[in-house]
Design a protein around this ligand. Structure first.
Ligand code: CP
Length: 310
């Protein structure tokens, strides 16, 4: 078992077989995570650097836990408090860390394309933990894995991605991943938050949230990313919540029980009300749980190790 790529820079570069291999490996690791001893020795000779130039809660902790469950050694680097503030470049920072015999880099950066740029300058495998508005591949993998767990094969399943599509790396990675798995995708949100020509990516679009909810089997609701909006793209958060937010009354009004997802962090009461986020239809915490198994699978497969996963 191996992947067709040396790095995980984006879902765009993966093929369907890669995604299915990651899912099958994650199925095995999910079983490991149910055991009293939730650990395998597979990567005991591997050192991984988690390099985060941008804030994170879920992704950073999930990668670190995945690495520990694989018995890898880990070091954690956050840009704040480092020599980046003294003017050190990205390449110098990472080359210095790698000279301490680090085998793999997990990286989050505010600049789109930063992991791709770095991959041209270092030998170690790089896993993109989110780059600007470009991609967040492990989020899309754990999202699709969580859908597959509930719905089976995703071919023909309908997924609505709702909210701030324009500034979302999760949206782009989800579109690539779901397209490759044969699911149908619709994006929904205010016209100012949906990129022009998005249909060229093979998705439907609507500005009517209720229409998207009626159409879909899964609603993946995205955070309003105010930190990436240089100019106001809607009048107030209150108005956004009124016209584009999802609540339990809206979910109850449709004729079927759809799944509700969100990558986190949630702006409660804006894109998603608490009664929807915490409802029995929500699989938001399953997504977080599955993130560890998915990241174990990605790290294991990229490491090229052939030791037992048991
Ligand atoms: N979903 C996600 O990327 O969350 P964090 O920003 O907390 O890592």
């Amino acid at each position: 078992m191996s992947l067709s790529v040396k790095h995980l820079l984006g879902i765009k570069e993966l093929n369907k077989t890669d995604i299915e291999t990651i899912f099958r490996t994650a199925d095995n690791f999910k079983q490991v995570l149910q055991r009293p001893i939730k650990k395998v020795p597979a990567l005991r000779d591997t050192t991984i650097a988690n390099i985060f130039f941008e804030n994170s809660t879920r992704t950073r902790i999930s990668f670190e836990l995945a690495e520990k469950r694989l018995s890898a050694d880990t070091i954690n680097f956050a840009a704040s408090g480092s020599s980046v503030s003294k003017g050190e470049t990205l390449i110098d920072t990472v080359k210095n860390i790698l000279s301490m015999k680090v085998d793999m880099v997990v990286m989050r950066h505010a600049a789109s394309g930063a992991p791709w740029f770095l991959s041209k300058h270092i030998d170690a495998s790089i896993i993109n933990a989110g780059d600007g508005v470009n991609e967040h591949p492990t989020q899309a993998l754990l999202d699709a894995f969580s859908m597959r767990e509930r719905l089976g094969d995703l071919k023909g399943k309908r997924v609505a991605i709702i909210g701030d599509i324009m500034h979302s790396r999760v949206a782009l990675s989800n579109i690539f991943c779901l397209n490759k798995l044969g699911a149908e995708v619709m994006v929904a949100g205010p016209p100012t938050l949906i990129p022009k020509h998005i249909e060229s990516l093979g998705v439907k679009q609507t500005y009517d949230i209720n229409k998207a909810l009626q159409w879909c089997d899964v609603a993946n609701v995205l955070r309003i990313q105010l930190e990436r909006q240089n100019k106001p793209l809607f009048s107030t958060l209150r108005e956004y919540a009124l016209y584009y937010g999802i609540n339990k009354t809206m979910l109850d009004a449709i004729q079927k029980e759809i799944l509700v997802m969100h990558p986190g962090p949630i702006n409660r009461g804006v894109e998603l009300s608490s009664d929807a986020a915490d409802s029995s239809q929500s699989i938001i915490l399953d997504q977080v749980e599955n993130g560890v198994a998915i990241r174990m699978a990605v790290i294991y497969l990229l490491s090229g190790k052939r030791e037992t996963m048991e």
